[in-house]
Design a protein around this ligand. Structure first.
Ligand SMILES: [Mg+2]
Length: 247
């Protein structure tokens, strides 16, 4: 019996194909908030561009290492490391305050896919538990702002809005999928995962026994050894597969 459907966030529920600014430019705006907070209240700093460039470099390094180890990077750790590298004493650094002043917000131009508000209510009305697993390096307390802004929070079970930053592991590591199953109190065989990445979502879900459905956003999926249980171009296409698998 189908009890739960887990979704990836980026490029599965929300569409990142047309952001109004590129990631690095957006990051610069938020890092300016952190720089201003630090230099006004904590420690004299002079070079805003240097501060941003250092944080950016550390972010790239952390992601590079995380992709190999599947230990999730965390934006808070990167901000702290940036501060320590610039000689700010550790006892003056509060990770949670840094994350607050960073002030993550929904990215202009990023919107939920049209089918999300059409299909998630149908699934919810059927009593299926819906969960989220994102490979974000921001804790969920930051990304929940997007879910709220897009009207998605209410669809997702309060125990299962998981960010890799909070869980400590990136998809496809089995621990993050298991964390979602535990949170929803369901078995892998009663669960379906929907995501746009073969390497993170599909292989990871399948490895713990969850059916993996690939959302294909650009017309076709490239050939690989990873075979999803189904490929869909709209969340509407998911419904017939659910009927077939859980008749
Ligand atoms: Mg994705």
């Amino acid at each position: 019996m189908l009890k739960a459907i887990l979704f990836d966030l980026d490029d599965t529920l929300i569409d990142w194909r047309n952001p109004a600014t590129n990631w690095q430019e957006g990051s610069r705006t938020h890092m300016r908030n952190v720089f201003n907070y630090l230099s006004n209240h904590i420690h004299p700093l002079e070079d805003e561009d240097g501060f941003h460039d250092l944080a950016w470099e550390l972010t790239l390094q952390e992601w590079d290492s995380a992709r190999r180890t599947l230990q999730a990077p965390h934006m808070g750790d990167i901000l702290v490391k940036t501060c320590l590298t610039l000689g700010i004493p550790a006892e003056q650094i509060d990770t949670e305050i840094l994350l607050d002043v960073y002030d993550w917000q929904p990215v202009p131009g990023v919107v939920p896919f049209d089918d999300v508000h059409e299909v998630l209510p149908i699934l919810q009305q059927r009593g299926i538990k819906l969960g989220l697993i994102t490979n974000a390096f921001q804790p969920m307390r930051m990304r929940i702002r997007e879910l709220d802004a897009f009207g998605l929070t209410g669809y997702l079970h309060p125990n299962c809005r998981l960010s890799a930053a909070d869980v400590g592991f990136l998809k496809p590591h089995p621990r993050i999928f298991q964390a979602a199953l535990d949170a929803l109190e369901v078995e892998a065989s009663e669960t379906v995962f929907v995501g746009d990445s073969l390497e993170a979502d599909i292989i990871g879900a399948q490895a713990v026994g969850i059916r993996g459905v690939l959302r294909v956003n650009n017309g076709f999926s490239r050939p690989t050894s990873i075979i999803p249980d189904a490929e869909i171009r709209s969340l509407h296409d998911l419904l017939p597969y659910l009927e077939e698998w859980f008749a």
